[in-house]
Design a protein around this ligand. Structure first.
Ligand code: PAF
Length: 281
């Protein structure tokens, strides 16, 4: 059985004996509504570390839209069952007051502009909220390794920048995106799609695949044009579809040998994001 912990003092008490023995802690921070993608993070943490901690906290500070926060799926009892299925040692359900009580260095850390394009441009303040909560959770759990999904590509870049700027003793692991059979990236938000919207949502994967399959065989602008047309035909509303340098998130230069295509689009009122790494092979 996973141990369910709801405050920092209890968590510190539970983790101390493991720390004293020099055992490693693997951490999977989430906002719940767990799916196969999260399960793969938990199982990787389980394989690679001695003790796995999963946190579930729907962080209001990273939602720039109150309605989006209110409608974010909350499935706590199913989440706990899934964590137990993955043999997670501790499920941590932190309290808002304990996470955000103090002035956080994360609110001032220089993220080298990685938080500005794409999600940053469309969701003002989102990444500051992510950084603050992740920094605080790291401070509570003090993991050696933390696991994040590659679906949130920009989030990973921003968290890595925060860890490096604050010199935090935690290794960040990026885990591959899990997809449904039609290619739709697994996301907690998929739970909010109607049957018809769920079918339309696979247009996101189709659009990304157009770019991946012909990358460096056709001009990038032509590919973006074709992919944008796919999004439109799928009745999705595009926010952005850009090909950027995976390290700087700046528009690609002719000299770049790797790239990532990132997309955000609305399916009804549900906002979905995805990305694919591009290589010439
Ligand atoms: O990716 C998420 O689920 C959230 O952004 C995270 C990292 C748990 C912070 O709230």
């Amino acid at each position: 059985m996973s141990q369910i912990i709801t405050n920092k003092a209890q968590l510190v008490k539970a983790l101390n004996p493991y720390r004293k023995k020099g055992l490693s802690i693997g951490f999977v921070p989430t906002m719940g509504a767990l799916h196969e993608g999260h399960a793969s993070l938990m199982s990787q943490a389980k394989r690679e570390t001695d003790l796995t901690v999963l946190s579930i906290f729907v962080n209001p500070r990273q939602f720039n839209d109150l309605l989006d926060f209110e409608k974010y799926p909350r499935t706590l009892s199913e989440d706990i069952a899934r964590a137990e299925g993955e043999r997670v040692d501790i499920v941590y359900l932190p309290q808002y007051e304990e996470l955000f009580g103090e002035d956080s260095p994360a609110s001032r850390v220089n993220l080298n502009g990685l938080d500005e394009p794409m999600e940053g441009a469309f969701r003002p303040g989102h990444f500051r909220g992510v950084i603050e909560v992740v920094h605080s959770l790291f401070n509570h759990v003090k993991p050696q390794i933390a696991y994040f999904g590659q679906k949130d590509f920009q989030q990973l870049a921003v968290i890595r920048a925060m860890v490096s700027a604050l010199d935090l003793p935690v290794f960040i692991v990026s885990c591959p995106t899990h997809r449904e059979t039609d290619g739709l990236a697994m996301s907690s938000r998929n739970l909010r799609l109607t049957k018809r919207q769920r079918q339309a949502a696979s247009g996101i994967y189709k659009a990304l695949s157009i770019i991946r399959d012909a990358w460096q065989k056709e001009p990038t602008q032509d590919l973006i044009h074709r992919a944008t047309e796919m999004v439109r035909q799928s009745h999705l509303i595009l926010e952005y579809l850009v090909v950027v340098n995976p390290n700087t998130l700046a528009p690609i230069e002719p000299t770049d040998d790797t790239a990532v295509v990132c997309i955000a689009a609305y399916c009804g009122e549900v906002r979905l994001i995805d990305n694919m790494l591009l290589s010439a092979d």
